[in-house]
Design a binder for this molecule. Sequence first.
Ligand code: PEP
Length: 262
Amino acid sequence: HHPQRSTVWVGPQGHQVPIGPDTFTFIAGPCAVESPEQTVDAARMAASAGATLLRGGAYKPRTSPYAFQGLGIEGLRILASVRETTGLPVVTEVVDARDVETVAEHADMLQIGTRNMANFGLLQEVGRAGKPVLLKRGMSSTVEEWLMAAEYIAQRGNLDIVLCERGIRTFEPSTRNTLDISAVPVVQALSHLPIIIDPSHAAGRKDLVVPLTRAAVAVGADGVIVDVHPSPESALCDGPQALLGGDLRDLAQVVRQLPPVV
Ligand code: PEP
């Protein structure tokens, strides 16, 4: 019942960034917020390469409970202050329904990560939060299950949903997950929602971020979200997939050089 593809606007009135069919949105930032300095450095790298939204995790859903779990509320405060400094609206993950209100107070867009795509209580809660939602695909979920997860959010009155393909589990071990590039046109045939790609979390390797971004543009994705870190070797989370400033500028050039998708 929605013939036109939608554009979702993210950020405060007057500074809103579009994600949708008429543009290619470039989102970048650290995997995890580690400190004010690291976050502002990463945000400046992102902004100078042309990114228009800042990503960064304050709550990190890690496979191991012994791994860095994020700075929590302190991380949200850092993100909000870096938004003031750089002007970049912020997208950050919420992992627990009890935190939705607090995360929504600090962020411009709420991210649902792959591990929580089917956490229906959390989806319903973000559906009520009044902020756009970035809904990642569950790593073992079908496209239909993913779209139904989006319905849980929409059912609560929030249609500002952006889908994010971030790789699925397959038998192939050379990348952390397999980017399902065909999900982009498959979703676009079924849904009006914008869809972006996360090549950093799909591959888990920084050398594949640029080629996968080329693929994202070529296949008609509405944007890309990538990890960047001022010193990836000391990153507390996913350092091997983080781009440095120079890599990020190469990526920006790739994005600009590709012809617009019609
Ligand atoms: C992230 O974007 O920080 C993240 C953890 O991604 P995913 O949920 O796709 O693993």
